[in-house]
Write a new protein. Structure first.
Length: 124
């Protein structure tokens, strides 16, 4: 799903919200930027601490451009991923998305880079 692009710069680089499953490649994190790689195709090195997974989707019946959902999964007590609740992503513009509905305090994610091979984001 393409929402916006940088309009120039590196070929294929966008700030668009990705789709599908992305796994945290924490070894590559730097300067407050979290790095995620495609779950199905990236060869992750072994890790004792487990890896978070983000699954981006489109809600059933979505009509407005940019409507999306996010499900976060984290390692459970037996190391198998445990899914958290499905969260609505509200586009705020320029690659920024609020998690949840309009009421109350919200976490905001900024898509710094999104290509088929890497997703870089920061959280506010």
């Amino acid at each position: 799903m393409t929402i916006c692009s940088t309009g120039g710069g590196m070929h294929g680089m966008t700030m668009a919200l990705p789709s599908g499953s992305w796994t945290h490649s924490f070894e590559e994190d730097a300067d407050g930027i979290e790095v995620y790689r495609p779950t199905a195709t990236f060869a992750f090195p072994p890790s004792r601490k487990g890896r978070k997974v983000l699954e981006f989707g489109v809600p059933a019946g979505a009509m407005a451009p940019g409507e999306a959902t996010l499900t976060s999964m984290a390692p459970g007590p037996d190391d198998r991923p445990r899914a958290g609740p499905v969260t609505r992503l509200r586009p705020l513009g320029m690659g920024r998305y609020a998690l949840g509905d309009a009421g109350g305090a919200q976490e905001v994610i900024d898509i710094v880079e999104a290509t088929p091979d890497v997703l870089r984001l920061s959280r506010r």
